[in-house]
Design a binder for this molecule. Structure first.
Ligand code: GTP
Ligand code: ZN
Length: 345
């Protein structure tokens, strides 16, 4: 069993500041896997299996918790928090990973490269507070990989892109600046772009790239789950297998950063609630008309903003309903206990 120091695990002042004297007897541990009834965590005392004291959804891989060795007693406020709208019919946000320094948005130098999808991933990465890094795989199969790098970097000044042959471990070493010295890199991307191949090269693991697949009614999916793994370079890697749907929620800050130019124009519109449609004095429409703003980019901004607004509002409304339901239940319980006490008295 490998043991780590807190520094090796990515501990920083941000977490130390959250401790009080009462916490002196507790141990900080970093969550490496989240299961329904158990958390796996790494600590100076080695690997721990912890009982969650909150719902499993409250924890994300990469979170720091304080433990007595048995339970995860308190979750510390993360530095970065990667989340999406939960997939399927459930209404809620789902935490994907926490305390990630860099989100690696993996796409290949081929038809998988899609500006609209990358913008969606970028908005998520920026909203989480982590740095985005576009990792362009299959460079060895492409005649002009640099053209993809240029396309990616043109999306936003906040984007750094790197082309790589994921199958060549020497080439993959160019990613070490993002996953050494206890830095955490998370990989996001569609199926088949090379996330498992990158993970194997960065961690030295040898699990087959096809993973272990299981057939179920919904089709084939990998059975491997999200985990925090040590890299050969002394940092951490979080991979996110099986995430097919990345719906935005609570991402407005990320969209503002990514579409900073449009947001700046929108601030110059005559009406503060301008829909950039038929209003007079619309700076956005003027930019579209004079060609300084690309129509397709404007359309993608509108679409992502609407999706984020809709999901954020739906989730906020569901939370409010849950809260008021909780209040009704609490009131009913206290009435019942008053009644019961009265009856017994
Ligand atoms: N030539 C070449 N092949 C690659 C590269 N990256 C991945 N591949 C191949 O592409 C296929 C898919 O790679 P994976 O690593 O399984 O992709 P993944 O993103 O983990 O896919 P899922 O497990 O479905 O999420 C494998 O056959 C890899 O060998 C690359 O940079 N160059
Ligand atoms: Zn306008």
């Amino acid at each position: 069993m490998t043991t780590y120091t807190l520094t090796d695990l990515g501990w920083s002042d941000h977490f130390a500041r959250q401790l009080s004297e009462d916490d002196a007897a507790l141990t900080p541990a970093r969550i490496s896997e989240v299961h329904r009834s158990q958390l796996i965590a790494l600590s100076e005392a080695g690997d721990l299996r912890l009982i969650p004291t909150d719902s499993a959804g409250a924890y994300a891989v990469g979170d720091w918790v304080l433990t007595d060795g048995t339970s995860a007693l308190r979750r510390l406020d993360p530095v970065t928090d990667l989340h999406r709208r939960a997939a399927g019919h459930a209404v809620g946000a789902q935490r994907i990973a926490a305390n990630v320094d860099t989100v690696g948005l993996v796409t290949s130098c081929n038809a998988d490269f899609n500006v609209a999808r990358l913008e969606r991933y970028l908005a998520l990465a920026l909203a989480s507070n982590a740095l985005p890094l576009v990792i362009l795989t299959k460079a060895d199969l492409c005649d002009d990989p640099d053209s993809y790098k240029r396309k990616a970097e043109r999306m936003s000044p906040l984007v750094t892109a790197i082309t790589v042959n994921a199958k060549d471990p020497e080439d993959v070493k160019r990613l070490t600046p993002w996953c050494r010295n206890a830095q955490t890199l998370a990989l996001l991307g569609s199926s088949g772009v090379g996330k498992t191949t990158l993970r194997n090269a960065l961690t030295g693991e040898t699990e087959a790239t096809q993973g272990i697949r299981e057939d179920d009614a919904k089709g084939r999916h990998t059975t491997t789950h999200r985990a925090l793994r040590p890299t050969l370079a002394g940092g951490w890697l979080i991979d996110t297998p099986g995430m097919r749907e990345l719906q935005l929620s609570g991402t407005s800050g990320g969209l503002e950063e990514l579409f900073d130019d449009i947001e700046t124009l929108a601030a110059e519109c005559k009406f503060s609630n301008c829909a950039h449609d038929t209003e007079p004095g619309c700076a956005v429409k003027a930019a579209l008309e004079n060609g300084s703003l690309e129509q397709a980019r404007f359309d993608r901004w509108q679409k992502l903003r609407r999706e984020d607004q809709y999901n954020s509002e739906t989730i906020a409304a569901a939370r409010a309903r849950q809260k008021s339901f909780g209040r009704v239940v609490k009131e009913a319980m206290s009435t019942k206990s008053r009644y019961k006490r009265g009856y017994e008295d």
